[in-house]
Each structure stands twice: as C-alpha cells, then as structure tokens.
Design a protein around this ligand. Structure first.
Ligand code: NAD
Length: 239
C-alpha cells in the first residue's frame, strides 16, 4: 500500500515493487493522475487504486478495509503522501497553511499507520516505510511547517518502531534530499536553488534511487533495522 502513489516518489516506488512481484494498492487524492498511473502500471502487475485524502480518518479506515479485502492482507505500508506548503519565513506563515502541512505530512502518516498496523500485528509481520525529508533533520529556512512535520515523521518512526519491535514488523523512514517531482511546482525557484546548493553531490536525487532503497527497507531481508532513519541527501547530512 503506497500513499501518494500517483506520481513522483510514490509512483517510482510502485514500479519498483511491481517489478519485485508485489501486488499493490495506490492511494492518492488526485483522481486524474491516480487513474492514469493505475492504467499505466497494470502492465507490470496487479494494481488497485483508491481515492483517499490521508487527512480524512474515515476515508483512510474505509480504504484500508477495502485494500485488505482486495489483496487479502497488507504486508507493506509506504506513507509517502505529502505537500511542501508555501515558502515563507515563519513569522509570515499563515496559521491555516501551517495546519494543512502538519495535517497532511504528519497526521496523515499517523492515520495510515493507525489503520494498517493492527493488521500487521495480527499477522505478526509487516514493513512500514515513511518518506520524511532532509528538511526534518536539518530544518530548511522558509519551510518551517514542512521541516517540523518531517521531524515529526522521524519521531513517529522511532516511537512506532520501538512499539512493534517485538514482532517481525519494521518501521523505518527515508530522509531524501531534493528530487525533481511535481512537488517543486509548490515552491519557489530560489528555494529549489537553495536546496540544490546544499547537496555535496551537486545534483538532484533520482526517484529510482529512492525506490531502490525503499525496496530493500520493505523486504523480508530487512529483518533487524527498525525505528531508523536512512539518509538519501547526497552527502548533506552525514549523521
Ligand atoms: N521531491 C522532493 O524533493 C522530496 C524530498 C524529500 C521528501 N519528499 C517527500 O516525498 C513524498 C512524495 O513527494 P513527491 O516529491 O513525490 O511529490 P509529488 O507532489 O510528486 O507527489 C505527492 C503525491 O501525494 C499526493 N497527496 C498529497 N496530499 C495528499 C493527501 N492529503 N492525501 C492523499 N494523497 C496526497 C499528491 O496528490 C501526489 O500525487 C512527500 O512526502 C514529500 O514531502 C520529497
């Protein structure tokens, strides 16, 4: 199950998982892009799509039950849906925009975990992967809501990882640096230039590079790491 699976990282993860033999449910709130992704990905394997806004607890619960019915179980949850929010200094940030970013990027991940983890506990197996951000480790200027939400996702990963460590359920997150996806449409060119200037490798992350790490993190082979933060910042964060 991949949230925000219609495009960007989510879609690249979907392609990679299908190539590894997974059966998938893609959740997204952008119906047109989701339908197009579902159609295109069908050639690679079994893909179900569900129109879900991850901030809506009822929609999340209903979609989780539906996904369980269609797939017969959920072994993997990738909580990836997210937005950037406006690029503004903290003192100019509209409170409604702040709440929207925290709601989608942090509370959305929590609600998806809340809906899916009980099934993983019942089967005593699962892999949860959250897509956080380098912003959650470093704190980007003019992106306080996003940075705070992603720091929250990192902490959620650590807490949930410890809660589930007694079973074969792994909870990890990735903290990517900037990758050229549609999320860039939400931020200013100056902010994109700032983020790129911080990457020692001097280029954007490729979505396939993220999908590659994601594939290992959600595999059965990843039987020990949990509550951990995996860096993909091209050398920016060496911790
Ligand atoms: N691209 C980057 O530079 C970058 C870097 C670090 C972290 N991230 C994180 O990676 C994740 C994916 O980002 P992306 O770059 O692929 O962006 P994207 O905009 O290409 O894709 C995000 C997807 O999430 C969906 N989405 C947004 N809000 C939703 C909601 N409330 N409910 C359901 N779906 C929703 C969108 O419709 C979209 O399809 C996000 O959490 C983002 O914060 C991205």
């Amino acid at each position: 199950m991949i949230t925000g699976g219609a495009q960007g990282f989510g879609r690249a993860i979907a392609e990679r998982f299908l190539q590894s033999g997974a059966r998938l449910a893609l959740w997204d709130r952008d119906g047109d892009v989701l339908r197009a992704a579902g159609e295109a990905l069908k050639a690679l394997g079994e893909v179900h799509t569900a129109f879900v806004d991850v901030v809506n607890a009822d929609q999340v619960e209903t979609a989780a039950a539906d996904t369980l019915g269609r797939l017969g179980g959920i072994d993997i949850l990738v909580a990836n849906a997210g937005i950037a929010g406006p690029t503004l200094p903290t003192w100019e940030y509209p409170p409604d925009e702040w709440r929207r970013v925290i709601d989608i990027d942090l509370t959305g991940a929590f609600l998806c975990c809340r809906a899916v983890v009980p099934h993983m506990r019942a089967q005593r197996y699962g892999r949860v992967l959250m897509i956080a951000s380098i912003a959650g480790k470093e704190g980007n200027p003019n992106a306080a809501a996003y940075s705070a939400a992603k720091a929250g996702v990192i902490a959620l990963t650590k807490s949930l990882g410890k809660e589930l460590a007694g079973d074969d359920i792994a909870v990890n997150c990735i903290t990517p640096g900037p990758a050229r996806t549609r999320i860039f449409d939400q931020i200013t060119q100056a902010h994109i230039d700032y983020m790129l200037s911080k990457v020692p490798r001097g280029r954007f992350l490729k979505v396939e590079e993220l999908a590659s790490l994601a594939a290992w993190l959600v595999s059965a082979e990843n039987s020990f790491s949990t509550g951990a933060v995996f860096d993909l910042s091209g050398g920016r964060a060496t911790y």
